[in-house]
Design a protein around this ligand. Sequence first.
Ligand SMILES: [Fe+2]
Length: 186
Amino acid sequence: MVPTRSHALILIDQYLKPGSLKKHVLATEAIMRALARRLGHNEDLWGIAGLLHDLDYEETKDKPQRHGLVTENILKEKGTEESIIQAIKAHNAESLNIERKTEMDYALTCAETITGLIVATTLVYPDKKIASVKPKSIRKRMKEKAFAQGVNRDLIRLCEKIGIPLDEFIDISLRAMQGIASDLEL
Ligand SMILES: [Fe+2]
């Protein structure tokens, strides 16, 4: 089954400390919903995958080879829809040595990765407000290797594997995060 949004939020509160990680999963959800709309997929399914993708992060932050697998155990026990579990594992494909297969697998990986670049770009704007951020700033920062070095640009570029050009992906992602600016406190 697909957990309801309110159930997913309860799980998040149960497993994640309040703060930046919670904002990160909300941002990922917003982008996933926008991508599902763009590609004609189930918005709730994709949104829930975004919300739950880092559920085990507190436990696995120093064990990348476990990140996603602990979440798999938690969600399997609850009878969660397999495609959600698959996409969650696939967002950590490199460490788990598995392959991305579905559009949702690719979408979750590029969506969760671009959130970091968008937040970092917002924080160097004079007013630090996401509403002020222009897509061209994200494009520029995307090319600047020294900026937000922890953000893997190759993973962001995976958007092209699901037929969304990088520029459009940046537009969609920025707009989605601007839509929940107050939740993100940006
Ligand atoms: Fe994440």
